[in-house]
Design a binder for this molecule. Structure first.
Ligand SMILES: *[C@@H]1O[C@H](CO)[C@@H](O)[C@H](O)[C@H]1NC(C)=O
Ligand SMILES: *[C@@H]1O[C@H](CO)[C@@H](O)[C@H](O)[C@H]1NC(C)=O
Ligand SMILES: *[C@@H]1O[C@H](CO)[C@@H](O)[C@H](O)[C@H]1NC(C)=O
Ligand SMILES: *[C@@H]1O[C@H](CO)[C@@H](O)[C@H](O)[C@H]1NC(C)=O
Length: 410
């Protein structure tokens, strides 16, 4: 009996559902209810979960972008923005400390000190140090975004400024919250000026994001939308932080122009194709990267949507709920196939790889339930259930966010 049980536990672990079977092994996030206010139990379960996480050791495989550590850091930022509990912020700072310490110019070999395609040991987070040359791409936006997000979230919490950070200061980045925010912001700006803006991006076409002509990765090409969203994540949080400090109006204006050009390219200058669904709703179709304007795949579409939603909730870039709703209509009318299946592209097609159908909802799309109240229960109920747990921080944080939007009438 005992042997059988261990054998089946092993089998379940191989199937990737180890945690579902052994809640004691790792805290799990638990849904109290779909309706009503976000509960303390829900936030507590999130905090308990993230406290057990270990940040990645480097950005190999885009660990700090769409990989686990990247998505977990974004989830903590979202939950802190919503609920404001210090424990959430403290755990997020643990991740920001780690990501900064792993930057190529700061980390010792073998994590850092690589000469990148630029010929320099740049302030960046290479995702494959075995390549020759070592390339960079849009994934560079996310680690800068985490640092800027940590800085911004501290800066908006004035009562913490002069307290020592409760997790200590293992890397000497500043003992107090304000000192820590100052370090993160300075280093985020430095990654922008020392790699992204001086080498990786070419903004000479009206501030629209193209990769530099000499970039080994997509040199001269428009930056794919999901990667523009990574850079925008950084620029938006840098703007938020600098706006609070009122310390550099020129830099703030420069960052804002880049965000505006990216969002304007999509919404006003031909990035998106507007259509009507068979249900008569206004829907969006768009592509992976300009000049394609249709058929984005499900995987990148989820990252795109999460990025546009992040821009929307800042309230700063003139993106309205009316402008966001066609994304939601697309998800409900086109990608939702019925029988628990979701299409592989934003046109409802099924392909392979990133464009394969899924039997779950990629978590970026969950934000869209904010614009389709009628679809909220179906979307959240697809992979979550009341009284049940999940080990996906991005999924859970997005559920909590939309639940809170509904409960607070936003
Ligand atoms: C980078 O992280 C990966 C995955 O965690 C690990 O396998 C690898 O050894 C790490 N490389 C270095 C140089 O730390
Ligand atoms: C805060 O940290 C500094 C630097 O480590 C230390 O000197 C100081 O005693 C700490 N203050 C408190 C109140 O713990
Ligand atoms: C924002 O972008 C639009 C193009 O979509 C442009 O017409 C406008 O001048 C830009 N505004 C700012 C403040 O840069
Ligand atoms: C947003 O809209 C206002 C009013 O139409 C305009 O003044 C402002 O420049 C716009 N901002 C951006 C970033 O486009």
């Amino acid at each position: 009996m005992r042997t059988n049980m261990l054998a089946s536990v092993g089998a379940l672990a191989q199937m990737g559902i180890w945690h579902a079977l052994l809640p004691a092994a790792q805290a799990q996030m638990k849904v109290s209810s779909f309706d009503g206010a976000v509960t303390n139990d829900e936030i507590q379960s999130f905090n308990d979960f993230v406290t057990t996480l270990t940040p990645g050791k480097n950005n190999s495989g885009n660990e700090w972008a769409q990989g686990h550590s990247g998505e977990e850091t974004k989830a903590m930022g979202l939950v802190y923005l919503m609920a404001g509990q210090q424990t959430t912020l403290d755990q997020m700072l643990r991740f920001c400390d780690a990501v900064l310490s792993e930057r190529n110019d700061l980390a010792k070999a073998p994590v850092g000190q690589y000469k990148l395609w630029t010929g320099r040991i740049d302030p960046a987070w290479p995702n494959d140090v075995t390549a020759d040359p070592i390339q960079t791409g849009g994934e560079q936006g996310d680690p800068v975004g985490h640092l800027a997000s940590c800085a911004y979230l501290i800066l908006k919490t004035k009562n913490l400024y002069n307290q020592n950070v409760s997790i200590g200061d293992p890397h000497s980045y500043g003992a107090t919250y304000l000192e820590r925010a100052t370090t993160y912001l300075k280093q985020a700006d430095l990654a922008m000026s020392g790699h992204i803006l001086n080498s990786l991006l070419d903004l000479s076409n009206g501030n629209k994001m193209y990769f530099a002509k000499d970039s080994p990765y997509k040199g001269g090409d428009p930056v794919p939308w999901n990667q523009q969203m990574m850079f925008n994540y950084a620029f938006q949080n840098l703007c938020n932080a600098h706006r609070i400090l009122a310390d550099d109006a020129k830099l703030l204006a420069q960052y804002k122009k880049i965000i505006n050009a990216s969002l304007g390219w999509f919404f006003n200058e031909g990035g998106v194709t507007i259509k009507t669904s068979s249900q008569g709703n206004k829907i969006y179709d768009w592509g992976y990267a300009m000049p394609k304007t249709s058929g984005e795949d499900s995987n990148h579409g989820s990252l795109d949507v999460a990025g546009f939603y992040r821009a929307y909730i800042t309230g700063d870039y003139n993106i309205t709920a009316e402008q966001m709703t066609p994304f939601a209509n697309m998800f409900v009318d086109v990608m939702t196939l019925g029988g628990g299946q979701y299409a592989g592209t934003v046109e409802g097609d099924s392909g392979s790889g990133h464009a394969a159908d899924t039997d779950y909802i990629r978590s970026g799309y969950l934000f869209l339930a904010d614009f389709r109240a009628d679809a909220y229960e179906d979307m959240m109920g697809a992979d979550l259930a009341v009284g049940k747990t999940t080990g996906s921080a991005d999924e859970f944080s997005r559920f909590l966010w939309v639940k809170n939007q509904r409960a607070t009438g936003k």
